[in-house]
Design a protein around this ligand. Structure first.
Ligand code: C5P
Length: 237
């Protein structure tokens, strides 16, 4: 959305009222609102209308679908009426499932999750996926894009390699973003918003640095302003 920073605020709220309040405060400054499994499963599809309000912010429905193609297609059709701009599907569900989702909800951008950042190389080895995590990420990214995903979730550290794999037309979405000097919480590998954008990310998922602030609206506005400054500097150089 023009004028709004490329940020999806993760509305990981304890209740619906809080999520709707945060949404109202941050929407003037950011392009998208991310609704995750916890909020969606607790309150159901009506959570989308509650956080969307009259704001016009795009909805990022982070349901991380992972099932057989027919079920993924059915799930995607079921949420189509909520008009999400973005919907996540696990790349590990396979090419047919990604394709089924893309066909079932053509108005949304299917964003594929490659390897969860909570998984280490040792975890992957136990699942029978050998080699480096980065290799698995690149393979899954390529597979998902070939099957019709138009976005990928990856860590800020993976953006450059994933971009090289999938080209410029794919939206790269990165969590693990922390303004300099703020609490990293449970995120292990973080980048500042400016670094994430500079490395080629298109949409930054930011939760607690905004929602945990005393004034979430002011926190979102400050990060949005820092991104505009970084873009202006990049355009001049
Ligand atoms: O509060 P914070 O900025 O860490 O929120 C990040 C959001 O991104 C949360 O909703 C979290 O579930 C999500 N996420 C993540 N790391 C991933 C994928 C998603 O932190 N690899």
């Amino acid at each position: 959305m023009p004028g709004r920073a490329p940020i999806a605020v993760a509305l990981d709220a304890p209740d619906l009222e809080t999520a709707a309040r945060w949404a109202g405060l941050v929407t003037p400054h950011v392009s998208a609102l991310k609704i995750g499994l916890e909020l969606y499963l607790r309150y159901g599809p009506s959570v989308v209308a509650s956080v969307r309000g009259a704001s016009g912010a795009e909805i990022f429905l982070d349901l991380k679908l992972h099932d057989i193609p027919a079920t993924v297609a059915g799930a995607a059709r079921a949420v189509a009426r909520l008009r999400p701009a973005l919907l996540t599907v696990h790349a590990a569900a396979g090419a047919a499932a990604i394709r089924a989702a893309a066909e079932a909800i053509p108005a949304a951008r299917i964003v594929a999750v490659t390897v969860l950042t909570s998984l280490s190389e040792a975890d992957l080895a136990r699942m029978g996926i050998s080699g480096q995590v980065g290799d698995a990420v690149r393979r899954l990214a390529g597979l998902a894009v070939e099957a019709g995903a138009r976005g990928l979730v990856c860590s800020p550290q993976e953006v450059t390699a994933v971009r090289a794999e999938v080209g410029d037309d794919i939206m790269l979405v990165t969590p693990g973003v922390r303004p300099a000097g703020t609490d990293v919480h449970d995120q292990a590998r973080v980048a500042t918003p400016e670094e994430a954008l500079r490395s080629g990310a298109d949409l930054l998922v930011i939760g607690r640095p905004i929602t945990g602030a005393a004034d979430p609206g002011a926190a979102a506005a400050a990060i949005a302003a820092s991104l505009r400054r970084a873009e202006a500097v990049a355009a001049r150089s």
